[in-house]
Every structure is written in structure tokens, then in C-alpha cells.
Design a protein around this ligand. Structure first.
Ligand code: HEC
Length: 150
């Protein structure tokens, strides 16, 4: 890419990002975070089927999903930072905004555990992979118990 093209790209990305950040409506933020969460669930379910033996273990597929999950986790928090998104078609509890540090702690924990899963998935120790999958699942559940309405 030449210098002009890369400068233009950086400018365009900057515009797209600031537009998304400043113009985001609460209902868009809710849809965004629910979409990211749904994608996390999608990947967890697919890995879970392999962990439980409902589907044959496929190392490349599992590793790809673990990496995707780690990336999705990093994207979720943004959807909870838009003002007014505590109200609407959402199962998010108001405690998220009164205990934001604790909530962020859950996001950080998931980042750490999902990165470890992606790491473990590079290897061939299935017991370690299964155990780490369980650790990730615990973090999902812990946060849902504290911060998501049934
Ligand atoms: C830091 C807290 C937190 C963590 C960690 C977390 N979630 Fe969530 N999750 C939420 C909250 C809050 C909602 C409700 C969002 C809303 O309705 O606005 C939610 C919603 C969901 C939903 C429903 C999405 C929809 O369609 O409305 C799924 C599926 C989900 N999470 C899966 C997962 C999985 C799988 C993990 C672990 C890999 C995970 N979550 C980790 C807080 C968390």
C-alpha cells in the first residue's frame, strides 16, 4: 500500500470509529453487545460439543474458535459503555453501571481465561484443553449470575 492510500485508510478508519462512538444510540449499543455475546455463545457451544464428544475433536477448528472467542471478549465491553443503554430491550442488570469496576473485572478475567484457552488449543493435551474450557465457562456463568437478568 502506498503512503497516500495508507494515510487515507487511517483517516477513514478514524472517522468510522469516532462516528460509531459518538452517534451510537442506546438501542444500537444493546444490539451490538447482544450480538457479540451471541457470537461468544455460538463459539462456546461449538467447542462444547467437541469437549463433550458430541462432535469429533478437530484441532484446527477448535483452535480457530478459541482465538475468535478471545477476540470477541475484547469487543463486548464497549457495548456497555454507551450512556442510556441500561434501559430498553436488555437483560443487563443495573448493577453493571453501579459496580462497573467489578463488571470490568469479569471482562478482564474472561480475556485472561480465553487467551489461555487459545494457547492450550495450540497443543495436544486434551485434558488441559477441556479443563481450560471449563474455566472459561465458569467466568461466563459467574458474570451472568451477577449481572444478567434471567
Ligand atoms: C463481564 C460479564 C459477562 C461475561 C464475562 C460474559 N457475559 Fe454474556 N452477557 C452478559 C450480559 C450483561 C448479558 C446481557 C446483555 C443484554 O441483554 O444487554 C449477556 C448476554 C449473553 C447472551 C445472550 C445474548 C443475546 O442474544 O441477547 C449470551 C448467549 C452470552 N451472554 C454468552 C456468553 C458467553 C458464552 C460468555 C463466556 C465466553 C459470556 N457470555 C461472558 C455479561 C457477560
Amino acid at each position: 500500500m502506498n503512503r497516500f492510500a495508507s494515510t487515507t485508510l487511517v483517516t477513514l478508519l478514524g472517522l468510522a470509529f469516532s462516528a460509531a462512538t459518538f452517534a451510537a444510540k442506546p438501542e444500537e449499543a444493546i444490539k451490538y453487545r447482544q450480538g457479540v455475546m451471541a457470537a461468544q455463545g455460538w463459539n462456546m457451544n461449538a467447542m462444547g460439543a467437541m469437549v463433550k464428544g458430541e462432535k469429533p475433536y478437530d484441532k484446527a477448528e477448535f483452535a480457530k474458535r478459541a482465538v475468535n472467542l478471545a477476540a470477541l471478549n475484547k469487543m463486548a465491553l464497549e457495548g456497555f459503555t454507551i450512556e442510556g443503554s441500561d434501559k430498553g430491550e436488555t437483560k443487563a442488570k443495573s448493577e453493571i453501571w453501579t459496580s462497573m469496576d467489578k463488571f470490568k473485572g469479569g471482562v478482564d478475567k474472561l480475556n485472561a481465561e480465553s487467551a489461555k484457552l487459545a494457547q492450550a488449543a495450540q497443543g495436544d493435551d486434551l485434558n488441559a484443553i477441556k479443563a481450560q474450557f471449563g474455566e472459561v465457562g465458569k467466568v461466563c456463568k459467574g458474570c451472568h449470575d451477577n449481572f444478567r437478568n434471567k
